[in-house]
Design a protein around this ligand. Structure first.
Ligand SMILES: Nc1nc2c(ncn2[C@@H]2O[C@H](COP(=O)(O)OP(=O)(O)OP(=O)(O)O)[C@@H](O)[C@H]2O)c(=O)[nH]1
Length: 181
């Protein structure tokens, strides 16, 4: 999670970093979305179980949640169902969700296939993409898509058609041949 956020914020990869997030941390980034400045305040939660009660407190105020698993770690993928039920319990009902399978670059160590991620995302009706903090694959796209959805929700003109996050993500992935850094 931290590496993905640092890649998005600073365009760099923290190679060999083993510093676990303690509790919660945040970073801001301003994006230009269709000529409008959108300020994203992105909270980076600790994945470790012992910080769970701290992170719960932040779900309620989140407008969007990015759920990450590690494609080289099957347990992290299996945990997604548990995270989703936590989200249903603690987050706002209309929170924007996206599922990301990170470390897509690590092809030799992969233990979760892209199709498995796609299937899970479909089951829960959330947009999905694989990302890589190392190569930058789809990182900008994931955050930009969320920013577009949030901008649309807060500034929508009465006659403006609804922004469709799913469709936007699918279209962008197709245009880029599924992968872009
Ligand atoms: N190959 C590869 N390694 C990655 C990628 N993203 C992160 N890593 C490595 O995975 C390890 C953990 O990354 P972090 O970003 O610190 O993980 P985290 O989810 O923030 O961890 P916690 O704070 O403990 O919950 C580090 O050794 C990173 O170098 C990636 O896209 N590709």
């Amino acid at each position: 999670k931290t590496c993905l956020l640092v890649r998005f914020k600073d365009g760099a990869f923290l190679a060999g970093s083993f510093i676990s997030t303690v509790g919660i941390d945040f970073r801001n980034k301003v994006l230009n979305v269709d000529g409008v400045k959108v300020k994203l305040q992105i909270w980076d939660t600790a994945g470790q179980e012992r910080f769970r009660s701290v992170t719960h407190a932040y779900y309620r105020d989140a407008h969007a949640l990015l759920l990450l698993y590690d494609v080289t770690n099957k347990a992290s993928f299996d945990n997604i169902r548990a995270w989703l039920s936590e989200i249903h319990e603690y987050a706002q009902q209309d929170v924007v969700l996206m599922l990301l399978g990170n470390k897509a670059d690590a092809s030799h160590d992969r233990s979760v296939r892209r199709e498995e991620g796609e299937r899970l995302a479909k089951e829960f009706g959330v947009p999905f993409m694989e990302t890589s903090a190392r190569s930058g694959l789809n990182v900008e796209l994931a955050f930009t898509a969320i920013a577009k959805e949030l901008k649309h929700r807060s500034m929508k003109e009465p006659d403006e058609p609804k922004f469709k996050l799913h469709e936007y993500v699918n279209k962008e992935m197709k245009t880029a041949g599924c992968c872009r850094s």
